[in-house]
Design a protein around this ligand. Sequence first.
Ligand SMILES: Nc1ncnc2c1ncn2[C@@H]1O[C@H](COP(=O)(O)OP(=O)(O)OP(=O)(O)O)[C@@H](O)[C@H]1O
Ligand SMILES: [Mg+2]
Length: 265
Amino acid sequence: MDPYFNLSELEKKLRKIIEEYYALRSVGGKVISFPSGKGGVGKTSIVVNLAAALALKGKKVAIVDLNLALPNVSLFIENMPEKTVTHFLCGEAKLSETSAKLSVKKAEIDVYPAESIVDLKKKIKIERIGDLALELKPMYDYILFDQSPGLSKFAVYPTLVADVVFVVSADIKPAYLDAIKVRDVLESSDVNFNGFVVNMAKRKNLKYFYNERVYATIPYDWRLKNAFSSGKTVFQLRFSFLSSSRRAFSNFAKRLIEDFPPERE
Ligand SMILES: Nc1ncnc2c1ncn2[C@@H]1O[C@H](COP(=O)(O)OP(=O)(O)OP(=O)(O)O)[C@@H](O)[C@H]1O
Ligand SMILES: [Mg+2]
């Protein structure tokens, strides 16, 4: 099915939501959403490692798993709460019941994991993502949404309530073409687009994104890949200074703090 068709059907509803949340965007922590065209380009890796970098700079950070079909964030926590974001979105749990902790050195991150709707066989009220953002904004400096790839409503909704939106991609042609499509859909729907995050970059001069609005580039890093497999951020590795992506995440966090400071009344 043509994703644009789907989206234009949704558009009227979406606009109403955008207007409703617009006023709320100005105060509190910044909600950051990471959509992508292709799957597997590194959204979860970026969310978790960027969250660690922000937390290590003294920011209060939350990670919310909104990849409701194939959630992954629980890999990074030790104890799964009984109820998760999925239950919250079904109206079956308070958000405060669904949080877990991730410790990175001296910093602590609040993680709101999800369970797959496939396993739970539940029907989600997707609009509750707006309520979720509203509840978390006063509590944190940065709220990072991990989400599903593509242009389904599950992928698009998180971008609507976000203050900052980065489209994640790898610097390879199929991923690039899909990322451009996502950017175009966001821009044509008046959703924020703050640039691309190009991940797994194997060269300094990007091949496809060289002429695009790139906010951050993360190098290909086998240490990050290994860390991910064992549910760790690169900051938790024994020889983390050897990790080529660590510096990139720290720089990304630094730039974010400068460009998008949390706004308090
Ligand atoms: N910079 C990187 N260098 C090397 N490997 C990476 C990098 N970023 C991510 N990976 C690896 O790529 C794989 C996919 O990453 P990840 O799960 O974060 O992608 P995703 O976009 O969240 O996927 P999905 O769309 O399925 O949610 C993982 O094995 C991860 O370790
Ligand atoms: Mg993921």
